[in-house]
Design a protein around this ligand. Structure first.
Ligand SMILES: Cc1cc2nc3c(=O)[nH]c(=O)nc-3n(C[C@H](O)[C@H](O)[C@H](O)COP(=O)(O)OP(=O)(O)OC[C@H]3O[C@@H](n4cnc5c(N)ncnc54)[C@H](O)[C@@H]3O)c2cc1C
Length: 560
């Protein structure tokens, strides 16, 4: 965004009498509340966030203690062109030093402790696999090229398997790609295209994760805590344990207006009447809805309940009221294609794993990023985050995180499907792949492992068509906006924190009719330096002639 556009907005007439209701307490709603205050000039006391759980933050979680084990369902790969996210954290004060922002400290950390993986792939029980190139053939490159140049409409709801040849799925590129972003072969190739374009500037460093940024602690501690502290200080009303079950939306040929919110508060059903002067923001769908946890000696049992599923049930009720409100079943209808599991490992008074990882990878904690086990039946990827990973983590404790893309497959060492494994069994399989088979009993005795099964974790990647995701502000809406991963934002990529924050900015600026631009989605594909670097990497770092390459890139595209 040009500096010329970084204006302070003028308050909308009568804003002091309007109310905003934000349904769901994830980063989508929390950031919308922050933008309502900063840009919308809405009094904080008029902003109400309803969260069904007893904790805010949604998918950005981080909980537990050293004795019982820590749990973070996910870790986040971030990057510098997440424009709306960095705008948000550029004004949220840090908890350590209120004179600095979260962004100030985040950037500093990534300058002093940048990620550059020395060991992106392993195989054969703890041996480094070759990760020097993407391993793409000319044909693979051409199908990626064709994908990047195709329009969303041309791609439609095609899957990766339908777009690429079988050999493509054995390339290093696909190992890197699917383990970084959690793509399965049956997922939407349209999302692959959006990722290719949106993150083109990262392809040059992809094999070593150069350009990927990390937080000091888990993202609840690093992102959510400072944000809710700021919102609380402003006076935003954040209610826990409140589940919104439905909305009454008056739909006419020219208008859509939320008139009533149905909710359950402390087990009691209540309603809130709303008018065209109020604003209702709904997070429709959540990748972590109905996630379940196990323990060291119990597996995490998959929750297949289709009646009680928070955001999804609410979206289903809303979608019945107009075809402009999207189609939740497209994303949440096939749990077996959208589920996978992660596990968080807490090790006390034992540095065998940490020492081994340091020796194997040569990366200090936090600076290596994801390591994927190429020959793992579950396709395990582990990370060693910067320690301590939790604010309350004692010095003698280390926390690691891992996940597997194929929970229905039997392990290489543990003769069980991943989804049926206890925490102890999941760690055993991981240690086998790390080359620590002999040390398994000793490490298990010092560990707590919490498995987590997420039925909808990749629901946002399910093949979709135009209209399956509602627009952030649906056509003719007076007071309703959708937030999060299942709203439609042209050109941006789901499964990112940025997408939810961007939806919040679009929703607030749009509904309040603010004269301010939402920071545009970064378009590295129009920067010839970015483009050529990506092509060079995809061609195995061979020297390339720019003239020839542009000719090849544009061949048969209608431009040449
Ligand atoms: C394992 C994992 C790995 C990830 N990796 C990355 C990554 O590498 N990089 C990246 O940028 N992003 C990553 N993400 C994605 C990112 O965390 C999410 O996109 C983002 O946090 C979603 O925020 P949200 O507010 O849109 O939705 P959510 O965080 O899902 O919030 C929805 C909230 O609504 C609440 N709710 C649901 N129904 C109701 C109801 N009826 N009434 C009231 N409240 C309700 C839920 O309890 C929840 O708190 C990852 C996520 C996970 C889980």
């Amino acid at each position: 965004m040009k500096n010329y556009e970084r204006i302070n907005t003028i308050a909308q007439k009568g804003i002091e009498n309007k109310k905003a209701y934000l349904i769901g307490g994830g980063i989508g709603s929390l950031s919308a509340a922050a933008f309502l205050i900063r840009d919308g000039h809405m009094p904080a006391k008029n902003i109400h966030i309803f969260e069904e759980k007893q904790v805010l933050g949604g998918s950005l979680d981080g909980s537990g203690n050293a004795k019982d084990g820590y749990l973070a369902r996910g870790g986040r790969e971030l990057e510098s062109r997440m424009e709306c996210l960095w705008d948000l954290y550029g004004f949220i004060p840090s908890l350590k030093n209120p004179n600095r922002t979260v962004l100030d400290e985040f950037r500093e950390l990534n300058i002093t402790d940048p990620i550059k993986s020395n060991c992106r792939l392993v195989e054969k029980c703890g041996q480094k696999a070759d990760f020097s190139t993407l391993g793409l053939s000319f044909e693979d490159m051409m199908s990626l090229n064709k994908l990047v140049l195709a329009s969303d409409d041309m791609i439609g709801n095609a899957t990766c398997e339908q777009w690429f040849k079988p050999e493509f799925f054995d390339t290093n590129f696909w190992y890197f790609w699917r383990s970084m972003f959690a793509f399965e072969n049956w997922h939407s190739v349209l999302e692959v295209k959006r990722y290719m374009v949106r993150f083109m500037h990262l392809i040059g460093g992809m094999n070593q994760l150069v350009g990927i940024l990390h937080t000091e602690y888990n993202q609840y501690d690093s992102f959510i805590l400072p944000l809710i502290t700021w919102l609380k200080n402003q006076g935003v009303d954040m209610e826990l344990g409140v589940q919104v079950t439905n909305l009454d939306i008056k739909v006419t040929d020219t208008e859509k207006t939320v008139e009533r919110i149905y909710l359950t508060r402390n087990g009691k059903e209540e309603t809130i009447e709303t008018t065209v002067d109020d604003f209702v923001f709904v997070t429709n769908g959540s990748m972590t809805e109905n996630s379940t946890v196990g323990s060291m000696y119990e597996p995490a049992i998959l929750n297949r309940d289709k009646k009680e599923r928070g955001c999804w049930s609410l979206w289903e009720n809303i979608a019945k009221q107009s075809s402009d409100f999207g189609h939740p079943e497209v994303f949440a209808g096939d749990i077996d294609k959208s589920k996978w599991m992660s596990f968080t490992i807490t090790i006390t008074d034992n540095t065998t794993v940490l020492d081994h990882i340091l020796k194997l990878t040569g990366n200090a904690p936090g600076m290596g990023g994801a390591v994927t086990v190429k020959d793992s039946n579950w396709l395990i990827t582990w990370t060693t985050p910067k320690q301590p990973h939790f604010r309350n983590q004692p010095e003698n404790v280390q926390v690691f995180w891992a996940y597997g893309l194929f929970p229905d497959k039997v392990g290489n060492f543990i003769n069980k499907k991943m989804c049926d494994c206890t925490g102890a069994e999941l760690l055993t399989e991981l240690l086998y792949h790390m080359g620590l088979q002999k040390q398994i009993p000793e490490i298990l005795a010092s560990s707590k492992v919490i498995p987590c099964m997420m039925p909808y974790i990749t629901s946002q990647f399910m093949p979709r068509s135009k209209g399956d995701r509602p627009d952030v502000i649906p056509k003719d809406s007076n007071n309703l906006a959708f937030l999060g991963q299942f709203s439609e934002i042209p050109n941006d990529c789901v499964f990112t924190v940025e997408y939810s924050v961007r939806s919040a900015m679009m929703a607030v600026y749009g509904l309040l009719k603010l004269d301010k631009q939402v920071a545009p989605v970064y378009e590295g594909q129009y920067d010839v330096r970015v483009l050529m670097e990506a092509v060079k990497t995809m061609m195995g770092n061979r020297e390339i002639s720019i003239d020839k390459m542009i000719g090849k890139l544009l061949h048969n595209t209608g431009l040449m």
